[in-house]
Design a protein around this ligand. Sequence first.
Ligand code: PLP
Length: 376
Amino acid sequence: MNLFEVYPLYNVTPIKAKGAVVWDENNTQYLDLYGGHGVISIGHSHPNYVEKITTQLNNIGFYSNSIQNPLQVELAKKLGVISGCENYNLFLCNSGAEANENALKMASFITKKSRIISFKNSFHGRTSAAVAVTDNSAINAPINLQQKVTFLPLNDVELVIHEIGKNDVAAVIIEGIQGVGGLDEGTTDFFQEVEKICNKNDVVLILDEVQSGYGRSGKFFAFQHHKIKPDIITIAKGMGNGFPIGGVLIADKYKATYGMLGTTFGGNHLACAAGISVVDTIKNEYLMENVNEIYNYFLEQITKIPQVKKVKGRGLMLGLEFDFEVGELRKQLIFNKHIFTGGSNNKKLLRILPPLSITKTQINQFINALKELLNE
Ligand SMILES: Cc1ncc(COP(=O)(O)O)c(C=O)c1O
């Protein structure tokens, strides 16, 4: 059997990784400034993480959601404390798309309505409703296009008011900071106005923090820069540092009923062990403090490079905008300088999503490599 080839691949084969460093089969060392699409939060193969998952697997790796699993309760408690979202309840699942799928379903259960407002250039995943609220017709099949979705430009409050006025909207879904789209974000005014309009009209406000959450923006959630309280928050990526796990944080005012949501694998013992180790490590190693310190350092250094026209995003969720397409630059960074970076829908943007534990020395390595390539 061959693989179903849906991914264009770089010809690199990582076989080992530690912190922000990855090695291929020839023992060539790469600096990882992309964390496999923003997944690596506490660093590759962190010793506490390896130890926690290994110990758990030697005890019990999986049982279904029909028995007591104290690890789920521990994860929810610790996540509540570290995020400041203690008055939410946690539903555990396996990926970002699944988290958004369940968030949208919850909104529809709650409001008994079905139209969703989403935003231009958004990305929310590839399952049925999640892909329907993703602004990319190329990845929507006819079956997905049955959903009722209206895409609005970011930061146009009047249009949100107009659409919600039609009285058929279940939810507004918005990324804390757009990832795949290219690091655009709502203004504080916009987030606060949308929150107000949603509250006034009983529309559910869903914050997709799948990429921007877990400390990446310098606060635990990116929406916390805007002092709002969403009704539902979705998480994945950094939550498991590579172990597949996702979650939906649901405001306490919404009550659960048995069978309302469900999954076989979500919240299994191994995934919870990974999730607990991530939260513990972010706290014990002051990784959010590191994000803010490195962000300031990165800004100081990068603004000295005249070819970088704009720096978008916050914390360690950054986009460097050039006045040329960056495909070739990314290839040179990988193959000549051995540094992984990312791309986005904005072809002129280089995406930087390193582990939250990255050091100034590693940032210097990138800055020097970038300068050399740009001046060649
Ligand atoms: C903001 C956002 N939401 C949802 C998803 C989908 O997550 P997953 O690929 O885990 O389904 C992504 C993935 O890139 C994302 O960036």
